[in-house]
Design a binder for this molecule. Structure first.
Ligand SMILES: Cc1cc2nc3c(=O)[nH]c(=O)nc-3n(C[C@H](O)[C@H](O)[C@H](O)COP(=O)(O)O)c2cc1C
Length: 193
């Protein structure tokens, strides 16, 4: 039997490493077929913030889809997936999803997941926020999306940024319904509780 599918998208907000780490954790877990979409701005942040190329990141997924290909399998609700993680999620992508503006595959695939009542986790990365952006978050939440900014957990006593990123990505996958061993849960041994 084929594996359940999960979609990972990297849009053009700061924090490309979180999406990349989610792909790594999914590959390590090995239970899901991963489908990756990277926006052109996401490609810029990968170049700006990491030592990886977009090709390196794409090689971590089972299937890659072009941002502009709205004929892709992911654009249809008949293509079964378990849900979608957008990590990081830009305000632009949030705003487009809030009004179902499916003119690129990230927004279309997320909108399809919502209409099919599948989980969509948005690791929205922007701060501080104005009321219009907060209202966009409320709108997508009403449609069933889960807005989950990449807020670090300090109770895990992270040793470095890499641990913070792993915890962020693992927590997002947990919320998506895909628990991974790398997630530290409270009470943690490290915290001595
Ligand atoms: C290096 C870099 C960092 C950025 N960081 C953010 C960010 O943290 N949050 C955000 O909403 N937009 C950020 N942007 C702007 C978005 O990339 C821009 O709005 C883009 O149109 C988003 O398109 P997309 O959602 O299709 O990826 C950043 C852009 C660059 C080049």
């Amino acid at each position: 039997m084929s594996k359940p599918r999960v979609i990972v998208a990297i849009s053009g907000a700061s924090g490309a490493m979180i999406g990349i780490e989610a792909l790594r954790l999914l590959r390590e877990r090995g239970t899901h077929e991963t489908h990756l979409i990277v926006s052109p701005s996401g490609a810029m942040t990968i170049a700006q913030e990491t030592d990886m190329t977009v090709k390196d990141v794409e090689a971590m997924a089972d299937e890659r889809h072009s941002f502009r290909d709205i004929t892709a399998s992911l654009a249809s609700g008949s293509f079964a997936t378990e849900g979608m993680l957008i990590a990081p999620c830009s305000v632009r992508t949030l705003g487009a999803l809030a009004v179902s503006l499916g003119d690129n595959l990230i927004v279309r695939a997320a909108d399809v997941c919502l209409k099919e009542r599948r989980k969509v986790v948005l690791m929205l990365r922007e701060t501080p926020l104005h009321l219009g952006q907060i209202e966009l978050m409320a709108n997508v939440t009403r449609s069933g999306a889960i807005v989950m900014p990449p807020v670090p957990s300090f109770y895990t006593r992270p040793k470095d940024v890499a641990e913070l990123i792993t915890q962020c990505a693992a927590r997002a996958l947990d919320v998506l319904g895909i628990p991974v061993d790398d997630l530290k849960r409270w009470p943690t041994n490290e915290a001595g509780s």
